[in-house]
Design a protein around this ligand. Structure first.
Ligand SMILES: [Zn+2]
Length: 116
C-alpha cells in the first residue's frame, strides 16, 4: 500500500517515455536566451553559481590494506582530511549555443588578472 504513495511522489522516476509524450520531453526553454529550443536539441547544464563548503573530517572514510613487516596484510582505516570545496549552488539549462558562449566568457574572465 505504501508503494503507491511513493510512486505518485516521484512520477517521472524510471518511467520516462512510457506515459509522457516523447516530443514534449525532448524540448526545454533555455535559461539564458529564454527561447524554446527545437526538438532533439541537446541540453547543457551549466553551473552558474558555486558555493564554498567545508567538508567535515572523517577519520574512517575508507578501507585500505597495510602490509606489515612480516608480510601479512592488515585492514586499516584511511582518514579523509576534509576541507573546503566547491558545491553547485545554481545550475541552469542552456542551449548549446548559449553554453559555448558562457564557457568562452568564463575562460576570458579566468585569463584576466584579479583586480578589485
Ligand atoms: Zn539559449
Amino acid at each position: 500500500m505504501r508503494y503507491g504513495q511513493v510512486f505518485y511522489t516521484f512520477p517521472a522516476h524510471d518511467r520516462s517515455g512510457s506515459f509522457i509524450k516523447k516530443g514534449a520531453t525532448s524540448m526545454y526553454r533555455c535559461d539564458s536566451c529564454g527561447k524554446c529550443v527545437p526538438p532533439k536539441t541537446p541540453c547543457k547544464r551549466v553551473v552558474v553559481k558555486k558555493m564554498r563548503f567545508l567538508h567535515p573530517e572523517r577519520p574512517r572514510a575508507k578501507k585500505g590494506v597495510a602490509i606489515l613487516k612480516n608480510g601479512k596484510k592488515k585492514m586499516v582505516w584511511i582518514p579523509d582530511p576534509g576541507g573546503w570545496g566547491d558545491q553547485i549552488a545554481q545550475e541552469s539549462r542552456m542551449c548549446p549555443r548559449c553554453a559555448s558562449t558562457w564557457e568562452k566568457e568564463q575562460r576570458e574572465m579566468m585569463k584576466q588578472p584579479m583586480s578589485a
